[in-house]
Design a protein around this ligand. Sequence first.
Ligand SMILES: [Zn+2]
Length: 255
Amino acid sequence: MWEDIWRYAETISICNRTRAIQLRIIHRLHISPNRRHAFSPTSSSPQCLKCKTDTGTLTYCLWSCTKIQRYWSGVLQEIENILGVDLELDPVSLLLGLPSRHVTSVGKRRLYNILTFAARKNILLQWISDKVPSIKDWHKILFEWMLEFMLNYAYNLEYNLFGTEMLNYAYNLEVDMPSDSQRVKLVAFLVQEGYEDNIVIAHDIHTKNRLTKYGGQDYSHILKNIVAKMLSRVINQTQVDKALIENSKRWLTFK
Ligand SMILES: [Zn+2]
């Protein structure tokens, strides 16, 4: 098992900093309150900084403290909802990074690794603090990674299917479909976050009923209706032109 844990830590990310964080956890390099107390008995308490009731050993502070257990339960419940699988509160997987045996597909396993690593990092960010890591802070780390990923790799984010408003995705009824207004709201959010050079939008017209002749909104829907909506939702003309013209022009120019 340890062999798998080491191997996993080596491959967790292409980022050296991320690998180092995981290796530090496995090597037990974080100084726990009881160790800090042993170095300087007068200036620090040996108790867990979060609950202040039990001795703060490394395992206690990363896992067993009731406040940390509550955090891990919350994290696990969200990961179960995201992946649609039942998981167990297992420190070998959640802390040491061994993939969960309940997650079988490659894509879900990758996502599980990212979500659990962010949850670990969230604890370490509050390591020397009485503040208990929260689910909200965990979301923040994940969201920052997502935006960083988009920026670093110069990905374009495409909001597709403008003009298609339905309750569920036809091929997977578990998936809720956004409305055009919700799509515009998300585009406006990304523009405000500084991603106006990474957004493209489209209709995805692939059936007859989308054409005017058969009662649809046709190829002019974005130009006639969505642009006006964008302009009324703090997106300016230059940003609209980027989403409609410039970003696609840049993306479709092969060199
Ligand atoms: Zn505690």
